[in-house]
Design a protein around this ligand. Structure first.
Ligand code: AHR
Length: 765
């Protein structure tokens, strides 16, 4: 019998704000997502900079007896420069298509229509939601008259439900008018807020009981122009304040338009509504995607923006920024404690600028916890630069990001074991295993037991959080939705189980009779097929030599012509634990470099050396299991049109790469393995919480003992008995759901069987 003994009086770590959320406006997470606006392109501001096929009339249609034109002569205001000029015949109409399959209205629910309009002569406007077949679901009328821009509004009540509605504005008589900010909102938003959030999505997030929410994004924050008035500007928080009709709309770097109707004020309110501490991330005056930084002499304005944000969130309503907050409807401060500067920054440019933010914030607001950033991988140059900078300046936390295969997580459960618990703490601001299957979720759960146990880890959040299924930029994601349904993934349920039952303190526990670590592979060598593929380049490879150091055999291979078709050039196969591949390469066209694959087995699992990867920024090593990559070594490198000598050395699981004789990557690849049970224990007031993940295919009979106050019952939430490949889908959203039960607990002889492939959270009280 296995045994878990929990010492509930022996706290070894304050869990604080450990589990939270990360909101990024990616995958239409805001517009067409959490932000409840039903009209797409409400202010006729879409343009080709947002997305090449966009224009000011995207998502709008008209009847043949309507003439329309986008005008700019006399706009609503200087941020909202386009409006629609309409000349309509009697019964002509314009209509908006909404997001996804259309506008969703639900029987008996009320919707608030509003529009800014002007018309010299009276316009009788019928506002309706209809489908393409002409069925009317909701209807009301308005009259517009007056030469000045005026806001008109009315409510419409749905008599039936549809997910394929169009917002139709029908003109009762022949007329001429100007329209802007055409909006339709459910009145039943989350917490009933005006300009509010979609209730089902917001509730699903609130129910998780997150301790914090990072926003407004990752790359969203730092990708873009340095001028905050450019259409493709980086995310500049101050421009998201004020009345929604006076906010600019921008290019979202994920290839769409962001209205900014969900701006910083709304993010703060949402955090408050769900009891999560706000954790905003600001750009650090540097765009790593372009290697472009704001001139040092102009950085003061960016630093001031950070100081202003703190005053906006925390200042008294009498302060300049606090008074803006009050004017927007929130007199009391938001009590912001955390502030991130930068996201996955690569390159000196950021780290030269970071100290200016850090020092100014520390001096003026010593209680704010400042978060530095450590690149896009769990290893490598960005990662090391982030940690070095954080230690040098005394950042409170370092934001780490990694997306990896489940096998990487299984190999790296002890990732944080040797981190210094007295230095800056880890904020695991983005992580996920590649996939939304039950298997992905339970591997993440196992990893979370180690996050909870590590004294170095302070905060962690899964990423990305939201995805509109018709606008996918990135998968996997935690919650999927269309215009009326949401799908909670198994990953969501794991996050929720851990968040809801986090506890205030991690407490000591002992395990008895557990097996040794279980190895998942017999072949410990990196042996197998070798191949080279061009990465969108043309070039030549010559003097290819493969040396097997175990036998001394040297194989000369033929010269290769690399073409932009990215064809696979198979070099052969090697069954050795000690070998070297060497060759010369010269690029003649294209911007990137090569992918060199080695150690490929029959399943296609392999390791990739990417020379000039991503945007020709990387020299990386990546393991690939079941087609899912995990970066195990990252160096910055820009390939040029010159001759290179490349060398790959393999010795057992140790991999080295050399470029022109210089050691470039140097890493030992860890193989995935299983612990028999993954366990963590915590307390919350008079409750003791035990989380156990069983990744094996066998049930584990376990005696559970609590050393502490007497307990009489245990509430159990568990995920078990699902096939590892199971996913929740729109058709079957309940494939994987946690089950709840309650049992009596007695101090001696309480046994529980942890089912195969299960995640169990037990709350003893
Ligand atoms: O979460 C998706 C993206 O992944 C984030 O924008 C970025 O920070 C990371 O590379």
């Amino acid at each position: 019998m296995k045994k878990i003994k929990i010492y509930e009086k022996e706290s070894y770590k304050k869990l604080g704000d450990l589990y939270g959320l990360f909101f990024e406006d990616i995958n239409h997470a805001a517009d067409g997502g959490l932000y409840a606006e039903l009209v797409q392109n409400r202010s006729f501001e879409f343009c080709e900079i947002d997305r090449k096929e966009y224009h000011a009339l995207t998502a709008w249609e008209k009847s043949v007896n309507t003439e329309w034109e986008i005008c700019t002569q006399n706009p609503l205001n200087e941020e909202n420069t386009h409006y629609l000029h309409v000349k309509a015949e009697k019964d002509a109409y314009i209509r908006n298509l909404g997001f996804n399959t259309g506008i969703y209205v639900e029987a008996e629910k009320t919707y608030l229509f509003s529009v800014y309009a002007r018309a010299e002569k009276k316009v009788r406007l019928t506002v309706s939601v209809t489908d393409d077949a002409g069925t009317v679901y909701a209807k009301n009328t308005l009259e517009i008259q007056g030469n000045d821009w005026t806001k008109y509004a009315c409510k419409v009540k749905a008599t039936d439900t549809t997910a394929v509605g169009r917002l139709v504005l029908t003109f009762g008589d022949e007329c001429v008018c100007d329209l802007d900010m055409v909006s339709l909102f459910p009145t039943d938003t989350f917490m009933g807020r005006e300009n509010g959030l979609r209730k089902d999505i917001a509730e699903a997030l609130g129910e998780m009981k997150p301790k914090f929410m990072r926003f407004p994004g990752g790359c969203l924050t730092h990708d873009g122009s340095l001028n905050d008035h450019d259409r493709n500007s980086m995310y500049r928080w101050k421009r998201t304040l004020g009345k929604i009709e006076e906010r600019p709309t921008w290019r979202n770097n994920w290839g769409y338009n962001q209205t900014l109707g969900l701006g910083y004020y709304e993010y703060f309110c949402f955090c408050e509504d769900i009891g999560a501490k706000p954790l905003p991330v600001l750009p650090g005056g540097f765009n790593p995607h372009k290697g472009e930084g704001v001139p040092m002499e102009a950085l003061g304005a960016w630093v001031q923006e950070a100081l202003d944000l703190i005053e906006f969130a925390n200042g008294d309503a009498s302060t300049p920024m606090g008074s803006i907050r009050k004017e927007m409807g929130h007199e009391k401060p938001f009590h912001m404690e955390y502030l991130g500067i930068g996201n996955e920054e690569i390159g000196e440019g950021f780290f030269e600028r970071y100290p200016q933010f850090h020092n100014a914030i520390r001096e003026k607001y010593p209680d704010i916890k400042i978060i530095n950033t450590a690149g896009p991988f769990a290893v490598g140059e960005g990662y090391e630069a982030g940690w070095t900078s954080a230690k040098q300046y005394g950042s409170d936390l370092v934001d780490e990001h990694y997306y990896s295969s489940p096998e990487w997580f299984l190999a790296n459960m002890h990732h944080y074991e040797d981190y210094d618990e007295n230095g800056p703490k880890v904020f695991l601001g983005e992580y996920a295993s590649w996939g939304n299957t039950y298997y992905n979720a339970i591997v993440e759960a196992a990893y979370m037991t180690h996050l909870e146990r590590s004294k170095a880890v302070a905060l962690a959040c899964y990423a990305p959080m939201l995805c509109n299924v018709d606008y996918i930029n990135w998968a996997p994601d935690m919650l999927w939705f269309n215009n009326h349904e949401i799908v909670k993934t198994p990953n969501y349920y794991v996050q929720k189980m851990f968040m809801e039952h986090q506890g205030s303190d991690a407490v000591r526990f002992e395990l008895e009779n557990l097996d040794e670590i279980i190895s998942l592979t017999d072949n410990k060598n990196i042996a197998g097929k070798l191949s080279i593929i061009g990465n969108d380049v043309e070039g030549r490879i010559w003097d290819l030599k493969l040396t097997d150091h175990t036998t001394g055999a040297v194989t000369q291979l033929p010269e290769l012509a690399i073409t932009t078709e990215n064809l696979e050039n198979v070099l052969g196969s090697i069954d050795s634990s000690d070998y070297t591949l060497e060759f010369h390469f010269q690029r003649t066209a294209g911007r990137k470099g090569l992918k060199i694959f080695f150690g490929e087995n029959e399943k296609g699992d392999k390791i990739q050396w990417e020379f000039g990867g991503w945007d020709n920024w990387d020299c990386n090593l990546t393991t690939i299991y079941n087609g899912r990559g995990s970066t195990i070594s990252h160096r910055i490198f820009h390939v040029e049109d010159i001759e290179y000598t490349l060398r790959l050395e393999i010795k057992e699981r140790h991999i080295k790469t050399y470029v022109n004789g210089v050691l470039w990557n140097d890493v030992t690849d860890r193989l995935p393995e299983l612990e028999e049970l993954y366990v963590t224990a915590s307390i919350e007031q008079n409750k003791t919480i035990l989380k156990v993940v069983n990744l094996t295919g066998e049930a584990k009979d376990t005696e559970i003992l609590i050393d502490g106050e007497p307990k009489s019952k245990v509430n159990i939430t568990s995920l078990h008995d699902y096939a590892l490949t199971t996913e929740n889908t729109f058709e079957q959203p309940q494939n994987v759901v946690p089950l709840e039960s309650t049992e009596d607990y007695k101090a001696e002889g309480y046994n529980y069987t942890f089912a195969p492939h299960s995640v169990t959270v037990m709350v003893f009280e």
